[in-house]
Design a protein around this ligand. Structure first.
Ligand code: CU
Length: 312
């Protein structure tokens, strides 16, 4: 073994040891649940179709290189066939993403080889109806390389998923064509985190002044892009699709197309408490629910925007 080989072996070992990230097999299972859900801060309900009973469905978080062993259960109590389309997977639409009849289940595996923030959604007929009734969620694939100078570690993380609300009973065809659209949902509710525009709202996003706040934003609307802007702020960095290689700096408004996700960092001033309104600047969406307040102040509970509390 010559010196060069030893050096290469040493570098390889160091790389392996410092990476501290090892590919894992992650088991994930979701249930298709057709149920009535509260869709605003006043407690109004609507008939929704969901993954595991919430809109959006559970946040799935894996690391680049992991293998996801996935199972979708479709309860015999349901009336509809359902399916799942993971945008983080490279598979066969006619195989892995095929519909599952009520009373049946389907399992498949995929390797999460691309880092970023991806939507998952139902692809069963009519896809427009299944998505706009709530069958969508987020899978975050953290980069295997971890944090770096261009992809710094955030102090808080929040997931925001924007979706549609149509009038109860709107047909699949009308949904697809945008008829009887009533509201924009943020994490399943109208003005979910906006006590300014909705006196029934009790939640906001919170951080300490000067903290780096990372927003995993996914647009689950079926027809329209979201023009994401932090009122009274500037996106310090934005990563298209959430991939650390796709970094951009100092942006004001970023268009996020339907069924796409991006990662947005905001670093509010450190010397004073401030408020931002994270808004879809398309006024039709903003005024119908797509405004989220981020408050910064001293003394925010340390667990907010961490681990399980990146969505609530
Ligand atoms: Cu479905």
């Amino acid at each position: 073994m010559n010196l060069r080989t030893v050096t290469q072996l040493g570098i390889a070992l160091l790389t392996a040891m410092s990476g501290t990230v090892w590919a894992e097999t992650v088991k994930v299972s979701l249930d298709a649940v057709e149920t009535d859900l509260i869709i605003d801060n006043a407690g109004n309900k609507q008939s929704m179709w969901t993954y595991s009973g919430t809109v959006p469905g559970p946040v799935i978080r894996v690391t680049e290189g992991d293998v996801v062993e996935f199972t979708l259960h479709n309860s015999a109590d349901n009336e509809q066939s359902h399916s799942i389309d993971f945008h983080a997977a490279i598979v066969d639409v006619l195989d892995e993403f095929a519909s599952v009849n009520p009373g049946e289940q389907k399992s498949f595996t995929f390797a999460a080889n691309h880092p970023g923030v991806f939507i998952y959604h139902c692809g069963s007929d009519s896809m427009a109806e299944h998505i706009s009734r709530g069958m969508y969620g987020v899978i975050i694939v953290d980069p295997a390389a971890g944090y770096s100078e261009t992809f710094p570690r955030p102090d808080r993380e929040y997931v925001l998923v924007q979706g549609d609300l149509f009038a109860e009973g709107t047909s699949a065809e009308d949904r697809a064509m945008g008829k009887d659209w009533t509201n924009a949902l943020v994490n399943g509710k109208v003005f979910h985190y906006d006590p300014v525009h909705d006196s029934n709202a009790s939640l906001t996003l919170e951080a300490e002044p000067g903290e780096r706040v990372r927003i995993f934003f996914v647009n689950a609307m079926i027809n329209e892009a979201a023009a994401f802007h932090p009122i009274a702020g500037i996106w310090e960095r934005v990563w298209d699709n959430g991939n650390p290689k796709n970094v951009r700096y100092g942006l004001q408004t970023v268009e996020v197309p339907p069924a796409h996700g991006m990662v947005f960092d905001l670093v509010p001033p450190a010397d004073r408490p401030t408020n931002n309104a994270l808004v879809d600047h398309r006024m039709r969406h903003a005024l119908r629910g797509a405004i989220t307040v981020l408050m910064t102040y001293e003394g925010v509970a340390p667990e907010k925007g961490k681990s399980e509390l990146i969505i609530r």
